[in-house]
Design a protein around this ligand. Structure first.
Ligand code: P53
Length: 476
């Protein structure tokens, strides 16, 4: 017996901005993803002041899913997908973000998309905000540093919950809300929260403030969703990269514990509806005066999530150093290489056992159903002359992770709802903007410069994953 429950949600995951394209179709507004150029491993994506001529913005066309989704969903159905995780581009519904009335053409697009999924027996799993908030909310309001964004987000959430309540049961509020724990770099603050920092600005309290407004917005959305339809299941979405101590030295262990505190407190607030004491003490020690009202605190307790969605790609490691007596975690400086695991071409540490550990960690802490909504191997695929792609390395990566996931369920008793590998069809990388960092079971003919036919073809992993689903995880 594999241990995966009946109705286990096997599927695949994507996000609107990384595959749809059609960046100006149907009245869509400019999102934060539309003003990011292509980078590469070690070369950050440039965040430009609006859309500038002569720059390469890979998300504008992406893989043109906007026009090709019917054929793509047919391929997902052929693999036997039970569910398909994507996001609703906020800018299709509220092009600028602060309008009072939604854009009907955008709403209709997702009606059609969800109908197409349901026609094939595929259940849509929807993220509300996946690195694609309206750019207007950045230029006009300063992104999530502004409390007004709570209202804009909740309006958006209510509109889509109401409209799609009979088509979509599973929702998540903010994708990888905890990426912004890495506030020293520019990428996560901008993609998570539309934050651009002034030179020399004290970034950390701004990050905590933005995250707080998002957590309040998430809680209010959960509450509203339940009022609209009590059968909706609304979760959070956390980027899980468990942080190991480099050695068993007690200070290394404490450093790892502090690091986990600093990256995963977001889950405490989503699940328990309140801040952990260690974080409140930290705010006090650092003298951060945050705008957290009594009303906010009530809202947080009333919008606790139904399940925990999370991504898992890699584990991290850290160690204590003498110049850091308080053992504070700074994600841009505190990570060290783990000598026991291999790395991908993009330096991501490959650690299938870390997935079993993560499942247990979440389960031990929160006892809420878990949903692995991203996992996968970004790699350079080579198309043979006959068009095939022999991506055995991807099969090896995914099967090793599914084996560990199976142990977590069958041996450790974790409650797992489903598994949706990331980028089930090749798409634009979020971190680098590249096409060449591929995750798919389906190859898309397009390169980093935007050349290619956009034709789709099956990789070796396509048939492999089909058999995994058909056997409910027995045949790996
Ligand atoms: P890419 C960092 C660490 C873990 C997951 O990432 C991350 C990131 C941000 O890059 O993002 C998630 O495309 C995210 C997806 C993204 C996917 O992982 O950089 O939810 O949007 O595409 C893979 O290789």
């Amino acid at each position: 017996m594999s241990g995966f429950k009946e109705g286990f949600l096997w599927g695949g995951a994507v996000a609107a901005h990384q595959l749809e394209g059609g960046w100006q179709e149907g009245g869509k507004g400019v999102s934060v993803a539309d003003v990011m150029t292509a980078g590469a491993h070690g070369v950050p994506r440039e965040i430009t002041d609006g859309v500038l001529p002569g720059k390469n913005y890979p998300n504008h066309e992406a893989i043109d899913f906007y026009h090709r989704y019917r054929d793509d969903i047919k391929l997902f159905a052929e693999m036997g997908f039970k569910c398909f995780r994507t996001s609703i581009a906020w800018t299709r519904i509220f092009p600028k973000g602060d309008e009072l009335e939604p854009n009907e053409a955008g709403l209709q697009f997702y009606d059609d998309l969800f109908d197409e999924c349901l026609k094939h027996g595929i259940e849509p799993v929807i993220t509300l905000s996946h690195f694609e908030m309206p750019f207007h909310l950045v230029t006009e309001y300063g992104g999530w540093r502004n409390r007004k964004l709570i209202d804009f987000f909740v309006r958006f959430a209510k509109v889509v919950f109401t409209r799609y309540q009979h088509k979509v049961k599973y929702w998540m509020t903010f994708n990888e809300i905890n990426n912004q724990a890495n506030f020293h770099e520019d990428f996560a603050p901008f993609t998570n929260s539309g934050l651009k920092y002034a030179p020399g600005e004290d970034r950390e309290p701004v990050m905590f403030q933005a995250a707080h407004y998002e957590l309040v917005a998430s809680a209010l959305a959960v509450k509203a969703g339940r009022e609209i339809n009590p059968s909706l299941k609304i979760g959070c979405m956390i980027a899980m990269c468990p942080i190991y101590p480099l050695t068993c030295a007690p200070d290394d262990m404490m450093m790892a514990m502090n690091a986990m505190h600093r990256r995963y407190w977001f889950t405490d607030v989503h699940v328990r509806g309140k801040y952990p004491q260690h974080l409140l003490n930290y705010f006090e020690r650092r003298g951060f005066a945050l705008d957290i009202t009594e009303e906010d605190k009530v809202a947080l307790t009333q919008g606790c999530v139904d399940y925990i969605g999370f991504s898992y790609y890699m584990s991290f490691a850290t160690k204590a150093t003498e110049d850091n007596p308080q053992l504070d975690y700074d994600e841009s400086k505190s990570l060290v290489s783990n000598p026991y695991v291999q790395k991908s071409d993009w330096g991501w540490q490959i650690d299938p056992v870390g997935l079993r550990y993560s499942l247990n960690w979440f389960w031990d802490h929160y006892q809420l159903p878990l949903f692995i909504v991203e996992n996968g191997f970004g790699a350079i695929d080579v198309q043979e002359s006959d068009g095939t792609v022999n991506d055995q390395y991807r099969i090896d990566y995914l099967s090793a992770h599914i084996r560990e996931m199976k142990k977590a369920v069958a041996e450790d008793g974790v409650d797992l709802m489903g598994y949706t590998p990331w980028g089930c069809i090749d798409l634009v990388s979020a971190g680098t903007g590249e096409m060449k960092k591929r995750y798919g079971f389906i190859f898309v003919d397009k390169d980093n410069e935007g050349n290619g036919t956009l034709n789709r073809s099956k990789k070796k992993s396509f048939d492999w994953y089909k058999q995994v689903i058909a056997s409910n995880g027995e045949q790996l």
